[in-house]
Design a protein. Structure first.
Length: 279
């Protein structure tokens, strides 16, 4: 069998396509998140260019694109984690539940309680399993010891981790496997009952078995929580996401139902990326 012919596109042509208006194939009436011509730069370098995007509630939305296209930058802007980078500047409006998260009255700490972030690599605290999950609860609320135990157990159950750690609550979290550590971080985020979880390539450091457990968890969590996931794995996006947004050179190229975007992409650039012709 002959190998399929790979059509190389000059960089200039890709740049011209990326500058055209995005192909938006979905209408979201009541978005959990809405970006309105958002641009984000690091010093003189622009990472996100005038992106407008409406993300629905209690669905899984994937953000895909080649390395350096701005996926993580856009994701981290939603709960203002880019604030930790002194050179980062955001213009435009980025709304969560209709409120501009960069408005003067928004407290980033309270925003991050509402909008949790799961990082690429598990980042448990050097504390016990119990104290990891209890930490944000103690930070934001006043809870009696009995109430705290109930909250910790409920969060671990929600993260499908309770049965694996119920006899190890006093052990150090760093003794857990990588997949267990990532689910522990999800439990820690869930303990304060967020409305949304942002996941920045949450499975890239995990083996296939641990990845499958995280993906199963995503399916369960979207019943109660809005999920936005950045992933470089096309198969993962196709498996878990209801909607997918494709970014290139910091611009939104196409956005729509995942199945439509993968089976009948509306843009040549999208098709070339998901079929592996570049990226």
């Amino acid at each position: 069998m002959l190998a399929p012919r790979v059509v190389e596109r000059p960089t200039e042509q890709l740049t011209e396509i990326a500058a055209s208006p995005p192909n938006v194939r979905v209408d979201v009436e009541d978005p959990a998140v809405e970006a309105r011509t958002v641009s984000i730069s690091y010093g003189a370098k622009t990472a996100i260019r005038e992106v407008s995007l409406r993300i629905p509630r209690r669905r899984v939305t994937a953000i895909i694109g080649p390395s350096g296209c701005g996926k993580s930058t856009l994701l981290r802007a939603i709960n203002r984690m880019n604030d930790t980078i002194p050179s980062c500047r955001t213009i435009g409006q980025l709304l969560v539940d209709g409120q501009d998260v960069y408005g003067p009255r928004v407290d980033p700490v309270l925003l991050r309680r509402k909008v949790g972030l799961i990082f690429q690599k598990p980042n448990p605290f050097p504390k016990s399993v119990f104290d990891n999950v209890a930490f944000p609860v103690k930070l934001h609320f006043t809870a009696e010891p009995g109430e705290l135990r109930e909250v910790v157990e409920a969060a671990l159950r929600q993260a499908n981790l309770w049965d694996e750690v119920k006899d190890r609550l006093t052990e150090g979290a760093l003794s857990l496997s990588g997949g267990q550590q990532q689910r522990l971080c999800i439990a820690r985020a869930l303990a304060v009952e967020p409305d949304m979880l942002l996941m920045d390539e949450p499975c890239s450091a995990l083996d296939p078995v641990a990845t499958a457990k995280i993906e199963d968890l995503i399916f369960e969590l979207k019943k109660d929580v809005t999920i936005v996931i950045v992933t470089h794995n096309m198969q993962q996006a196709a498996r878990v996401a209801d909607l997918t947004a494709f970014l290139y050179l910091g611009r939104l190229i196409e956005y729509g139902p995942t199945r439509d975007l993968f089976e009948t992409p509306g843009e040549d650039l999208t098709e070339n990326y998901i079929t592996g012709r570049f990226g």
